[in-house]
Ligand binder design. Structure first.
Ligand code: NAD
Length: 413
């Protein structure tokens, strides 16, 4: 471990760099008005302990950006995350970790990362001596998240880990404990929390639909078994589960986020596989989550449908619809009322485009610099894994209801 601590001078500098505008944006104050004047939705009230990220980041003219090491150079890392650093204000990529050093070299050349900041999975622990790396972003198959998170914390780095956080609740707990022991932050890659369209939907859910009653959410995609990115997804030991773990999680997390409430009971049914390639995991699953408020969410996830990403929330007075809801780009939200005449009225909203990936990468950097709360913590990620496990338990026991009345964890942390 290096005796050099990269964090202190960086943080001090950044606090200065953020200045009054940054501080107010991060705190909601005057920055809230700035954000609204630019067309971003207002942060909703009543989120309890759940922090609500401000999407506008003040310009960073400071001396040094927060450095990320990217672990796993697969599809998501290469196509979405690495290009997104170009639109970051506070973060940059400073190291790459791959099982294929030649791939790391190729990408390193493209992104200006020198050989001394390229690592393999075997020599990854040497990253502890790399002062350019403040955080490790883990974009590996799900079953590898826990081990690499623990190794990253042991190396003295902060961690951003992809969803689903891990394959078991025990692993999630280990990750949280390791972060606390290291005194470092653990964030989960819920990029939709940084999509202004999601923010608009939350604002509408709070202000313009009456009492939330029914959520419907469907997430799916086709599987190409010849593509390596699908091979680990079809292997339970690497993925921890199928369509629900990979895609249904958006509906599970989105329902909880939209209602600002955790379900007290879940139920699920896994359909028989239509092809032997799905024998180890859920190809298609349907589920229900019941809430104490009386709201109910029902959803589906499938690895054998044309791409779907839908989220509807029906309230007593109106509803909101998102389709697509959780895409990388071009999500949409509309507010639907029928009024006395039962004529559908569905105004669309023009919401400034914003790169979710860049906002997410900057969020951890800002949270570390200012010691402000994270929007998506390890506890948040663990709650989804816990609910998903309860759904699998239901599906494997004849779709019996499974109690998830574990208390409101947000009030206990
Ligand atoms: P991918 O298969 O394209 O990439 C995974 C990488 O891990 C590859 O480079 C592969 O070589 C490497 N790897 C290391 N050990 C491996 C092993 N034992 N088996 C298989 N691959 C191994 O997958 P991806 O789509 O980039 O997904 C990676 C992670 O990112 C997953 O946790 C996934 O859920 C998450 N993800 C999140 C989003 C999002 O929108 N937030 C989107 C896609 C993927």
């Amino acid at each position: 471990m290096s005796s050099h601590s990269p964090h202190k001078p960086v943080n001090a500098g950044r606090r200065h760099v953020l200045g009054a505008l940054g501080a107010s944006i991060l705190a909601g104050g005057a920055g809230k008005a700035v954000a609204q004047s630019l067309g971003f939705p207002a942060p909703p009230a009543g989120l309890g302990k759940r922090p609500y990220p401000n999407l506008l980041r003040p310009m960073n003219d400071g001396p040094r950006k927060f450095g990320y090491a990217i672990v796993g150079l697969g599809k998501y890392a290469v196509n979405q995350i690495l290009p997104a650093f170009a639109e970051c204000e506070y973060a940059k990529v400073t190291a790459l970790v791959s099982g294929d050093i030649n791939k790391a070299r190729r990408l390193g050349k493209h992104y200006g990362i020198e050989e001394s900041h390229l690592y393999t999975y075997d020599n990854f622990d040497k990253i502890a001596q790399d002062p350019e790396v403040d955080a490790v972003y883990i974009i590996l198959p799900n079953s590898l998240h826990a081990d690499f998170t623990e190794r990253s914390f042991r190396a003295g780095k902060h961690v951003l880990c992809e969803k689903p956080m891990a394959v078991t609740v025990e692993e999630c707990q280990r990750m949280i404990t390791a972060g606390k022991k290291a005194g470092k932050k653990l964030m989960i890659g819920y990029r939709c929390h940084f999509d202004p369209v999601t923010h608009k939907a939350i604002e509408l859910a709070r202000t313009s639909i009456g009492k939330p009653q029914i959520i419907t959410t469907d997430n799916g995609d086709n599987t190409d078994p010849t593509d390596p990115t699908y091979q680990w997804r079809l292997t339970r030991s690497l993925s921890g589960g199928g369509a629900l773990m990979d895609l249904g999680i958006y509906g599970v997390n989105g329902s909880r986020y939209m209602l600002n409430e955790d379900p007290i009971e879940v139920q699920a049914t896994i359909m028989p596989p239509s092809d032997p390639m799905f024998r180890e995991i859920d190809e298609t699953i349907v589920w229900i989550m019941k809430y104490r408020s009386g709201a109910v969410a029902h959803g589906s996830a499938s690895f054998n449908v044309n791409a779907m990403s839908r989220f509807n929330l029906q309230g007593t007075d109106a509803s909101l619809r998102m389709d697509p809801a959780t895409s990388y780009w071009c999500n949409s939200v509309s507010h639907c009322t029928t009024g006395d005449t039962h004529t559908w009225s569905t105004p669309m909203f023009t919401i400034p485009a914003l790169n979710q990936f860049s906002a997410q990468l900057d969020h951890l950097a800002i949270s570390v610099a200012n010691n402000t709360p994270l929007a998506a913590t390890g506890e948040e990620g663990m709650q989804d894994v816990r609910l998903i496990q309860a759904m699998y338990q239901s599906a494997h026991s004849g779709s019996r209801p499974v109690s998830t009345d574990w208390g409101d964890w947000r009030k206990t942390i």
